[in-house]
Structures are given as structure tokens and as C-alpha cells.
Design a protein around this ligand. Structure first.
Ligand code: CMP
Length: 397
């Protein structure tokens, strides 16, 4: 593996369990937190007076590391599976426009601002943007982003309901109390501010209390509508988030799927489709995933780790990049062997329905899976290519 590809693997954490990748992630997370803490501390005059130089130095070190990180990410961009087909410059430009890289670039902006306009208040704000760099390390945050995208129609409906409630409440209040409290409810913008505050229940000191009975009734209804308006999107996101977290033990990334040899020749769009349908499962060592004789309901791809198949021809070890559980789905017969993890293993799971649709839609993949399944069948097993048999002492033969 070349240096560029190696650095790409480490930085883009293709292999979750790799120590170098984890160390790089942790270093960057600690530096982001330290830099943000130093920026906040620097705004306190006493601390700035006593530790100003130290905090400044810490900031410089963090920025230097972030700059090296940015340069390394840009340099290794052509290794990205999605950008493989572009020229190196094209790949880098495309990569620089991805949201996480834009955040990384913004994180370096304060340095340029400081050099150009020393003592600019903007610097504080832009320095705190560095906190967003943590988005890269939070799969849960990525999940929320995906959820908002997938529930956008439902969420848009919530926004429309909110605006409708706001306009109705504001108009009703304007009609009923506009002449009673003209300074606070005399026109639509004022009444809308009142209605928004009531809906969000953030009434501050200047919020006009209704003076008429009808006004109080409208206020009470507005508060109740507000509860519904906020409960609805919270419930939509909350339910989706819970389901997603329960379904996925880790986030399936594009790089993870693109690295599976079976999918090596797929184009970016097909891989993106797979990312959406594959589910992730982390399984501890010694867990039986498939039991001989059971009904087949899914096929599994090994993202990292190892499993042992107790097949008719003896024990076979399958490792990263290989797959299992395809035979029962293709033949619609019971599982032909028991499969157990012999290491903590990350699996990509393809449900039976999705699997059958996939082999239907992508005949090349279907042919490859069928060929492997054929080799694995007991009669043909001795000729099985690519699978290592293990003896009783556990060595691969
Ligand atoms: P399936 O029969 O669905 O469930 C058990 C799985 O073990 C099977 O699919 C294959 O994926 C795998 N398997 C069975 N026999 C072998 C073998 N000889 N070599 C490798 N894998 C096997």
C-alpha cells in the first residue's frame, strides 16, 4: 500500500479497529476540545492576563496540527473511492467542497483573519467554528443529518403547521386586542412576535398579557397549539433516531462498502444505494450468527474480523472482505452450516429481500455470488477457491 493510500486509510478511518486511525481521531478530538476551551478561557480578562501567552501557544499548536491535517486530507483525496475516476486536481476540488472539508477550512480561517486584521471580534466567532470539527467523529450526528434528510417531507409539514398556527393566532389577537394594546399588538409583525413567543412558551418580560377574556382564550389555545407544533417534529426525529440507533451498531460508510471485493466494480451510484440498504452489526467473539438448519433471512459481509464456518468439509475461516449466508437465500433451503465469530467482528447485513433484489438488478454480482456458493457446496467444496480451510490446530491450509 502506498503512503498516500495508507494516510487516507488512517485519516478517513476506513478501518475502525486500526490503532493508528483511532489514535489520529483521538488526537484531533482532544485538540479541538483544548482549542475551544482555550478560546473561551481567553475571553476572561483575569485568565488572559495570567495565562495569555500559554493559551496563545496552545492555539498556535492546534492550528498547526489542523493545517497539517487539512493538507493531508487534500493530498490523499484522490484515494477516495468516490473520486477515483477524476483527475487528482478534480478529486481534490470536489473533496474540498464536501461539508466536513468546508468545516475544516473554516477552522483555519481565524488564523488568516488574525494575520490580516489583528484584534477583530470576528476571530472569536470563527475560532469557535472549530467545535464543528467534532461532527466528523460523531456517527450519531451523521444519523441525525440523514434522518432530517429522509423525514424532510414530514418536517416541512410541521413547519407549515407552525406558520399556519402563528398566522392564525397573530391575526386573531390583532383583531381582538389590536386596539386595546396598539403598542404591543397593533400590527401583524408585533402580533406575530407575540404569537411566536406564546407558541414557543418563551414569554419574556415585554410579552403583552391578554387584557380581554377573548384574548385570554386565544392565548390559551395558542399555548396548546404550541405544544403540538413542537412535540410533532421532536417525535418524528426521536422515533427515527431510536430506530436507527437500534438498527445500526455503527454507521455504514461509503468507503466501507466500496472496499468489499464483491462490490469492487460497482459505480458510485450503486455503492451509494448499497450504503442505504446495508445494516451494520458488531458481534463479539464466540457468537453464533448462523445455525445449521435454520431458515435463511440475510447474507453477511465481513467488514472486519473473522468467522469460522463448520461446513460439511471441515472448518473454514472467512475474513475481512468475504461473505457468507448466501447459499440458503439462493437455494431457499435451510442453512447449510453453522457460522461463529472467532474475533469481534463488524458485519454488513443484507436482508433476504434486498439480497434477492440486488442479484436480480446487478447480474454480475449475482453471478459472482452464485459461483462462490457453487464452490462451497459439499460436492464442489474441495475445489473452493479463495477460502482457507483450517485444521484442528486452527491453522489455515
Ligand atoms: P448458508 O447455507 O446460507 O449458511 C451457512 C453459510 O456458511 C453458507 O450459506 C455459506 O455462506 C457458508 N459456507 C457453507 N459451506 C462453506 C464452505 N465450504 N466454505 C465457506 N463457506 C461456507
Amino acid at each position: 500500500m502506498g503512503l498516500r493510500q495508507r494516510i487516507f486509510e488512517v485519516l478517513e478511518h476506513g478501518r475502525r479497529r486500526e490503532p493508528a486511525s483511532r489514535a489520529a481521531d483521538w488526537l484531533l478530538v482532544v485538540l479541538v476540545l483544548a482549542d475551544v476551551a482555550a478560546t473561551v478561557a481567553h475571553t476572561v480578562p483575569d485568565i488572559a492576563a495570567s495565562h495569555g501567552t500559554g493559551l496563545q501557544l496552545l492555539d498556535r499548536v492546534c492550528v498547526a496540527v489542523f493545517a497539517i491535517e487539512y493538507a493531508a486530507r487534500m493530498w490523499t483525496a484522490p484515494e477516495h473511492p468516490l473520486l477515483h475516476r477524476r483527475t487528482p486536481l478534480g478529486a481534490r476540488l470536489r473533496f474540498a467542497a464536501t461539508p466536513l472539508m468546508v468545516i475544516d477550512a473554516l477552522a483555519l480561517l481565524p488564523l488568516a483573519l488574525e494575520l490580516l486584521f489583528p484584534r477583530n471580534e470576528l476571530i472569536l466567532l470563527t475560532r469557535l467554528v472549530r467545535f464543528l470539527k467534532l461532527a466528523r467523529y460523531s456517527p450519531a450526528l451523521a444519523t441525525i443529518g440523514r434522518l432530517i434528510a429522509s423525514e424532510r417531507r414530514a418536517l416541512l409539514a410541521c413547519v407549515i403547521i407552525f406558520i399556519g398556527a402563528l398566522l392564525m393566532a397573530a391575526a386573531a389577537m390583532l383583531v381582538v386586542e389590536g386596539s386595546v394594546q396598539p403598542d404591543k399588538l397593533g400590527d401583524m409583525p408585533k402580533a406575530m412576535w407575540w404569537a411566536a413567543s406564546m407558541l414557543a412558551k418563551i414569554g419574556g418580560g415585554d410579552l403583552a398579557p391578554p387584557l380581554t377574556t377573548l384574548g385570554r382564550i386565544i392565548a390559551a389555545i395558542t399555548v396548546m397549539l404550541g405544544i403540538g407544533c413542537f412535540a410533532l417534529p421532536v417525535a418524528i426525529i426521536g422515533r427515527g433516531f431510536y430506530e436507527e440507533i437500534r438498527r445500526r451498531d455503527f454507521v455504514v460508510t461509503f468507503a466501507m462498502v466500496a472496499r468489499v471485493p464483491l462490490f469492487a466494480r460497482l459505480d458510485a451510484a450503486a455503492i451509494a444505494d448499497l450504503v442505504a440498504i446495508l445494516k451494520a452489526r458488531t458481534v463479539p467473539s464466540g457468537t453464533t450468527i448462523i445455525r445449521k438448519g435454520d431458515r435463511g433471512d440475510a447474507m453477511y459481509l465481513i467488514a472486519s474480523g473473522r468467522v469460522e464456518v463448520e461446513s460439511a468439509v471441515g472448518k473454514v475461516v472467512l475474513q475481512e472482505g468475504e461473505f457468507f449466508g448466501e447459499m440458503a437465500l439462493l437455494s431457499r433451503e435451510p442453512r447449510s452450516a453453522t457460522v461463529t465469530t472467532i474475533r469481534s467482528t463488524d458485519l454488513l447485513v443484507l436482508d433476504a429481500d434486498d439480497f434477492l433484489r440486488l442479484v436480480d438488478r446487478l447480474p454480475d454480482i449475482g453471478a459472482k455470488v452464485r459461483a462462490v456458493a457453487k464452490d462451497r457446496r459439499p460436492a464442489a467444496a474441495p475445489a473452493a477457491a479463495g477460502n482457507a480451510r483450517v485444521g484442528d490446530d486452527g491453522t489455515r491450509t
